[in-house]
Design a protein around this ligand. Structure first.
Ligand SMILES: Nc1ncnc2c1ncn2[C@@H]1O[C@H](COP(=O)(O)OP(=O)(O)OP(=O)(O)O)[C@@H](O)[C@H]1O
Ligand SMILES: [Mg+2]
Length: 631
């Protein structure tokens, strides 16, 4: 027995001991036939056919099925359809039948499969070990002891050759971290945690050099040898990689071109009239056969005829047998479906553990993002310096308008920064989080609470930096309690604005949509900040907006804090009547009776409402998948 099989078995033992579905899920033959996917087109154009219903085949335990075809031929669509992971889309229709161990699978079931997407995004500042620890604890929860969990993680790292990079951060396109091959292997390791019997991969070797590609494929080969069913899309494989596969499914333009053993494809094509010279690699040859040629009209016609001929031969010659409807009793189908649904009943870890793990990860991610921290600190220092360098308020009559101007700019500036940066970072994070939640690792609520809480410490730090520069430089009221309030109020204002950014991020399908909503949010908040339009002239339908205007409350808090207790001398130019006290100045803006407590309460309510709405937005926009209709 190889070291790898032993290790796989160790992992499986630990996991399966606690898994009620172990016997059923241990080995899986996946069958499929008639998979058809079409897309509605604009106007009266006929539907576009992505998969034409001719696709059929089986992926068996202990074997590797390669899915190949030219770019755009429908390979990714097919494996997503098999796994039950075609993202819901009103324009799409999906039909076909899948089988697991010769039993029909209901159209809304997911396969008991690991699905490794072509590009997997991780939280970039977590190390390899932390990423795996996090997932192992969430997926296996308290079912197994801490030492068993550690064993699972170290075995997985060993299996995938990640041990020496265990303390390297994962990285992203912007943050230096793992190499492409290591990231690919990490994404495989993450999916192997729940030890699913089927492993589906979308181009696991694309973008890797030939050595790394061979290593990843060898690893998959070993998993297959240990009894797993492997289905993998591959692109231009080397002969070495190609020959490690057992079976092959060829697709061109959504049609089935070949299904059968890898080592029979050359002779099959030869038999139907396409022979291959000895010195051409098989993979290269078959792709040439089923690809459309972009040449002159003659060339194009020739390739179209060739593709049509190969497709016609495939429908005529290639037979795959499936149980007929009568063989599957309603009961067994029902029971079967139940088992599969049960295997995805939700996170293994309790809600408190989910929260703890998510909060730890969020705090690590926030505190390790050095680049982002430096940018924010520089922003605070420069803004504090600019405001403080320009404004020297003093106590004469002119200082009244200057103070109002400065405080209103502070409120507007913080809002802009907080909303923009939240929208930018949250939309990126949401893509990762949605797929983790779709994989039943945790629920929205613990994620959301952890996310909201993890922001608080750094917001405090940034506002201390900003206030410590601006406050003394601009010469705002020299009282310790006022300074502390200033820090507290700017921090609260930032948090409220970030929460508004979260709503935008949560309801938007991507960052482009979110960023397009940003100007409207800012402009509405500025218009209704309490000074730019009179209450009487505000359209009736919009009269609620000033009550929740972020800038209005941010500004009023700062103004009430600053003006109360101030006395002005009578010198200096002035606009309007003479004002002697801060209270009189506040009166000019209709804030004479405003209490700090009221402002804080209003902001707290807005914060609560924004968090609730973002939570709702996130829950409702969670990833949903198409149901496969039986033809
Ligand atoms: N949700 C979708 N919306 C619009 N078009 C889609 C969708 N899904 C698939 N398609 C279209 O279906 C065709 C097949 O796409 P698919 O991603 O399956 O190809 P592929 O064989 O994986 O290609 P590649 O090798 O380039 O990854 C493409 O032309 C693609 O534009
Ligand atoms: Mg693809």
């Amino acid at each position: 027995m190889t070291v790898l099989t032993i290790k796989t078995i160790i992992i499986e033992d630990v996991i399966l001991e606690h898994n009620d579905n172990s016997d059923f899920l241990q080995s899986c033959e996946v069958g499929f036939e008639g998979i058809k996917m079409t897309m509605k087109q604009k106007g009266n154009k006929p539907d576009r056919v992505i998969l034409d219903g001719s696709l059929k085949g089986k992926a068996r335990p202990g074997r590797m099925l390669a899915v190949m075809g030219p770019s755009g031929s429908g390979k990714s669509s097919l494996i997503h359809a098999l796994a039950g992971r075609i993202k819901q889309n009103k324009k799409l229709t999906l039909s076909g039948q899948r089988y697991v161990n010769n039993q029909k699978l209901s159209g809304d079931s997911m396969l008991p499969a690991a699905f490794i997407e072509q590009d997997v995004n991780f939280f970039p500042h977590m190390t390899v070990k932390e990423t795996l620890d996090f997932r192992v604890e969430l997926k296996l929860g308290s079912q197994i002891s801490k030492s068993d969990r550690d064993d699972v993680v170290s075995n997985l790292m060993d299996l995938l050759g990640l041990t020496k990079s265990s303390n390297t951060i994962v990285g992203s396109t912007k943050v230096r971290g793992l190499s492409g091959g290591e990231r690919k292997r990490l994404s495989i390791a993450c999916e192997l945690i729940s030890s699913p019997p089927v492993i589906i991969l979308d181009e696991p070797t694309s973008g890797l050099d030939s050595y790394q590609a061979a290593q990843v494929t060898e690893f998959l080969r070993k998993l297959a040898d240990s009894g797993k069913t492997i289905i993998s899309v591959i692109h231009q494989p080397s002969q070495q990689v190609f020959s490690m596969y057992d079976d092959l499914l060829l697709i061109s333009e959504g049609h089935l071109m070949y299904y059968g053993e890898v080592n029979k494809v050359r002779s099959y094509l030869q038999n139907i009239g396409y022979s291959c010279s000895k010195d051409t690699g098989t993979a290269e040859f078959i792709l040439d056969c089923i690809s459309r040629t972009n040449g002159g009209a003659d060339e194009q016609k020739k390739s179209t005829d060739r593709i049509n001929h190969i497709a016609a031969e495939a429908s005529r010659q290639l037979k795959v047998s499936f149980p007929t409807g009568a063989l599957v009793s309603a009961d067994s189908a029902r029971e079967h479906k139940l088992k599969l649904v049960q295997s995805r009943m939700g996170p293994a870890a309790g809600i408190l553990r989910q929260f703890k793990l998510l909060l730890t990860r969020a705090l690590k991610e926030v505190s390790r993002g050095k680049g982002a921290i430096i940018i924010k600190v520089v922003q605070q220092v420069t803004l504090g310096g600019i405001y403080g360098g320009i404004y020297k308020v003093g106590n004469n009559q002119a200082s009244i308008m200057d103070r109002f101007g400065l405080l209103s700019l502070v409120a507007i500036g913080s809002m802009n920064m907080a909303v923009a940066s939240t929208i930018r970072s949250f939309t990126k994070e949401k893509a990762i989080v949605s797929s983790e939640m779709a994989g039943d690792m945790y629920r929205t609520l613990p994620y959301f609470l952890a996310k909201a809480i993890s922001e608080i410490p750094l917001v405090g730090v940034y506002n201390v930096i900003f206030s410590s520069i601006l406050y003394p430089l601009a010469g705002l009221q020299k009282r310790k309690d006022k300074f502390k309030n200033f820090i507290g109020l700017t921090s609260l204002h930032t948090l409220v604005c970030e929460s508004a950014g979260l709503i935008v991020g949560a309801i938007s399908p991507n960052s482009d949509v979110a960023l397009s909503l940003f100007p409207a949010l800012v402009v509405l908040n500025i218009i209704f900040d309490g000074r730019n339009i009179s209450a009487e002239n505000t359209p009736k339908l919009l009269r609620w907006i000033p009550k929740v205007s972020l800038i209005r409350w941010g500004f009023e808090g700062l103004a009430v804090n600053e003006f109360n207790g101030l006395e002005f001398n009578t010198s200096g130019p002035r606009r309007g009547p003479l004002v002697k006290t801060g209270k009189e100045a506040l009166d000019r803006f209709g804030m004479a009776d405003r209490k700090l407590g009221e402002v804080v309460a209003a902001q707290r309510n807005i914060l609560g409402a924004c968090w609730f709405l973002s939570y709702l937005g996130l829950s409702l926009t969670g990833q949903k998948y198409e149901t496969m209709v039986t033809p």
